[in-house]
Design a protein around this ligand. Structure first.
Ligand code: PMT
Length: 222
């Protein structure tokens, strides 16, 4: 097999789950730890790449290696802004962050009080509005784009749809119905989906998965 050598490449990676504020002390989020994205950033830097990691503030993943430029974000909108600000001149863009699909229509400036929303008066209803799709919105010219797909059923079929719909060059599909892989686990089991077909990798550490993804990108990018 070919050695992983990313020298001369600039790689932009997103990691972790975004959070959407409801009020100053409460938020909506998901179970992403950032481990998958940090593993990609670390392996890419060890392979000689120049890495920018846009990481959510709730990521509790692996330590980030020195030499990586780290940008911390909270919400999907902040992640959107930073990915767009950093995308120019990148060679590889990898969206492994788990982005909130919705945010609160209104964020309360003050802490919401329990007695403000009694059940007798219908309780509290949260109004949510859609967040932008970051991966779909990013420019695709001049770099190789990798997205992820977190699915609980028909994993490869949905990944093939996301490849087309989001304009990515590769979708890394993981079955998140199995709680021992995917979100927050140290291992993952993924299928790499491109227009050339689907390759299912063996279950392994997220560091091993990261190395395999980057090797496949190096091969396909030629
Ligand atoms: O962080 P870990 O705990 O290590 O877990 C890793 C992981 C399971 C989070 C990771 O492997 C993974 O699957 N990340 C993508 C999760 C996800 O949001 O999947 P999705 O199928 O909802 O989105 C598909 C793709 O579109 C993803 O690349 C996502 O980053 C992107 N997206 C989604 C919604 C949105 N509004 N904007 C986006 O860019």
């Amino acid at each position: 097999t070919e050695t992983l050598d990313l020298s001369g490449n600039r790689i932009l990676v997103s990691a972790g789950g975004t959070t959407e504020k409801l009020d100053p002390v409460r938020f909506l989020t998901n179970r992403s730890s950032g481990k998958m994205g940090v593993a990609i950033a670390n392996v890419a830097t060890l392979a000689g790449g120049q890495v920018t990691l846009v990481q959510t503030n709730h990521a509790v993943g692996l330590p980030v290696l020195p030499g990586i430029k780290v940008i911390t974000v909270e919400s999907a909108q902040e992640l959107y802004d930073q990915m767009h600000a950093q995308v120019a001149d990148q060679d590889i863009v990898i969206m492994s962050a788990a982005v909130s699909d919705y945010r609160a229509a209104n964020q309360a400036d003050q802490k919401m009080k329990k007695n403000q929303f009694s059940s007798d008066e219908g309780g509290l209803t949260l109004n949510l509005v859609e967040n932008p799709d970051i991966l779909a919105s990013l420019p695709k010219e001049g770099h190789y784009t990798v997205g992820f797909a977190a699915e609980t059923q028909d994993v490869i079929a949905y990944a093939e749809q996301k490849l087309v719909k989001k304009g990515a060059d590769m979708i890394v599909a993981n079955d998140v119905s199995d709680q021992t892989i995917g979100f927050n686990s140290d291992e993952n089991q993924v299928t790499l989906v491109t227009t050339e077909g689907a390759i299912t990798l063996e279950r392994q550490s997220k560091i091993g998965v990261a190395a395999n993804i980057l090797a496949a990108v190096q091969e396909h990018k030629k």
